[in-house]
Design a protein around this ligand. Structure first.
Ligand SMILES: [Zn+2]
Ligand SMILES: [Zn+2]
Length: 89
């Protein structure tokens, strides 16, 4: 899976007419980069990310709910989660 920087979409590249360059099948640019996959669900993501938007959004929602439930700020909820994770290591 690749990401086209022009189309801003994940694409499966095709071979250009010169038969040695991978290009975007939609706009034909070679301004594409190899995509990564979300460490949780495996969805394609940008290579500099670790998790997809859906997973980060879900995690963010849980942190928010944790904060509401414990009557603390989301910042504190995040710190609490980090402390729990460090304990498990
Ligand atoms: Zn494109
Ligand atoms: Zn994901």
């Amino acid at each position: 899976m690749y990401y086209c920087n022009k189309c801003e979409e994940y694409i499966t590249p095709k071979l250009a007419d010169d038969m040695c360059t991978d290009v975007c099948p939609y706009c034909g640019t070679d301004d594409i980069e190899r995509a990564g996959s979300c460490l949780v669900c495996g969805n394609p993501i940008r290579s500099h990310q670790d998790y997809c938007e859906e997973c980060t959004e879900l995690a963010g929602r849980y942190i928010l709910e944790l904060g509401i439930e414990l009557h603390i700020t989301t910042e504190k909820a995040r710190e609490l989660l980090l402390a729990v994770m460090e304990k498990e290591d």
